[in-house]
Design a protein around this ligand. Sequence first.
Ligand code: ATP
Ligand code: MG
Length: 378
Amino acid sequence: MEAPFSFGRVSPPIDFCDREAERGVLARNFMSGTNTTLISPRRWGKTSLVAAVARDLSATKGLAICRIDLLGVRDEADCYAALANGVIAAVNTGWDGFVSDVKRFLSQLRPRIAVSPDPSVQLSFDLDWEEVGRSPADVIDLAQRVAAERKLKLVVCVDEFQAIAGFKDSLAFQQALRARWQHHSDVTYCLYGSKRSMMTTMFSDPAWPFYRFGEIMELQKIANSKWSEFIAKRFDDTGKAISVELASYLAELVDNHPYYVQQLAQQTWYRTGRVCAKPVIDEALGAIADQLGYSFTSLAEGLSAAQLRLIQAVLNGANQLSSAATIKEYRLKTAGSVVAIKKALISKEVLDADATGKLSVLDPVFAYWLKNRYFAAS
Ligand SMILES: Nc1ncnc2c1ncn2[C@@H]1O[C@H](COP(=O)(O)OP(=O)(O)OP(=O)(O)O)[C@@H](O)[C@H]1O
Ligand SMILES: [Mg+2]
């Protein structure tokens, strides 16, 4: 039987745990025209959450949701193509409508529709880049033009939005998008991406064009009590059993990190005959850490010796990193160098500081691996 847990892809409905409050807020923003930026560390569930809200609202009359992914999009031209294709696809189900909308809204940009012999491949079109270069607003405003003409409210969700920060002349491009998007009265934007530090800069730094573009929603992890219920039920639904206490222990072991909870639950489920016992969970975590050993080794190799020593101090629970005793014990030189190392590790997304400034290692399995394999061996 296939394990009732999945990770590494957008969480399918049956595998979706909680997020009730966040779904409510996001759905309300989509309906009321409030732009939202969704920020969290990697693999906490941004893409899955937006997909769930899109499903929740899919039957809402007068509302269309367009989802675009900028993963691998490297320049303005590709970005316009993704945007234009996404918008036209979101308001059409059939081939005829798609083709006629491409002609109707974009004929001045000489679109070329790619026809694939494979019916399962989505229709798509390309634009004449010289024409787009002459009037980029035709694409930037496309969502608003389509929404107004169709008398629809359109929600445009853009995943991996930070990709645009890597384009040539990116600030000018962001400026152009922002300047026009903020006038789109029938379109709501939801922008999110996996590089937290870049997303934070783009949306919270007054020097960047998207400063205060909309509400910033900082996605948190899922509560332990929700995970334990969810895991116990998934075991139960598939003829196995795990107590709520052990399910809670399982989620806690990986800091309630959504991706890893699913992975650890899956590995535990595979190793469980009928009823799950605690040592099985511990063994499953060890196996996951070993599986990831290769990539963790290269991650560790990319860190300086001083950075690693500071991480070790954090893992050992040293609470005053800048104190003379900690600096001496972990050979961190000066309080100034502690600050610099901390900053570098936070921007690399290795460490995270909570609201009180308390540091932790963001990836709970990396933390486990460092403690039980890497530092244990040295
Ligand atoms: N609400 C949820 N319920 C159950 N599992 C979830 C949930 N949200 C996320 N996950 C798990 O976490 C994994 C990562 O989620 P997702 O890809 O949505 O995160 P992300 O924040 O978009 O990640 P990235 O920053 O890498 O783009 C999913 O594949 C799934 O296993
Ligand atoms: Mg994602």
